[in-house]
Design a protein around this ligand. Sequence first.
Ligand code: KIV
Length: 269
Amino acid sequence: MSERKKVRIHHLAEMKQRGEKIAMLTAYDMPTARHFDAAGADILLVGDSLGDNILGHGNTGALTLDEMIPFVRAVTRGTEKAFVVADLPFGTYEVSPEQAVESSIRMMKLGQPNAIKFEGGRRVARQVKAVTDAGIPFMGHLGFTPQSENALGGRRIQGRGDGAYEEMLADALALQEAGAFAIVLEMVIEPIATKLTKALQVPTIGIGAGPHTDGQVLVWLDMAGMGDWSPSFSKKFGEVGAAMRDAATDYVAEVKANTFPAAEHTFTK
Ligand code: KIV
């Protein structure tokens, strides 16, 4: 059996060429990153969904770059083989190419991911070009873009209506042209995600975009059954939340009953 190598951008491009699906998951801390890396995930994304899912902000918009960096560093410390991508939070790249490069360099230096991701198509193409010109690998994000939830009129499925494909293709080509090595397609109807995947040279990673994208990504809490709610496009592959609650319930009961610690957990000399 060949030993698994550190995943690099060219491996992701080769996977698209040979039709091997790319498996990506979010991760926000060191132990979770270690488990997902050992499970063979190709990409770990420290998404700005951190703000909502871990820090309890209630949305992605409130998260700051400085708040995010220690989580990215924890994930990179826990990862050996997977390719680590870090999101730039809302407000840290939209103003200008200079702002995007400064934020990306800060994230790369302090968080040490392998690449940066931020949201948008043609409207951020100059930022993407500046970031890739600075030698920083970049992943795009189109379709439903949570940082623009207010402008998009809520969590709405994307790609519907006349001209939607042409608009999304123009955005995707602008990102590809500016140097993006892959593009996330979130909540995009399957026929449009499939057409985009065929039209692009770079891999597409779908989340709620059907089975024909080059890869898939899920928020790990949805994937592992950690949260109370998960979107309809997600699937629960485990019951981690229930397992944690059961373990904590047993611990509390044993402490109350004074059956823990037992002799084998006790130093006598
Ligand atoms: O922040 C995030 O977790 C994401 C994924 C949903 C793709 O951007």
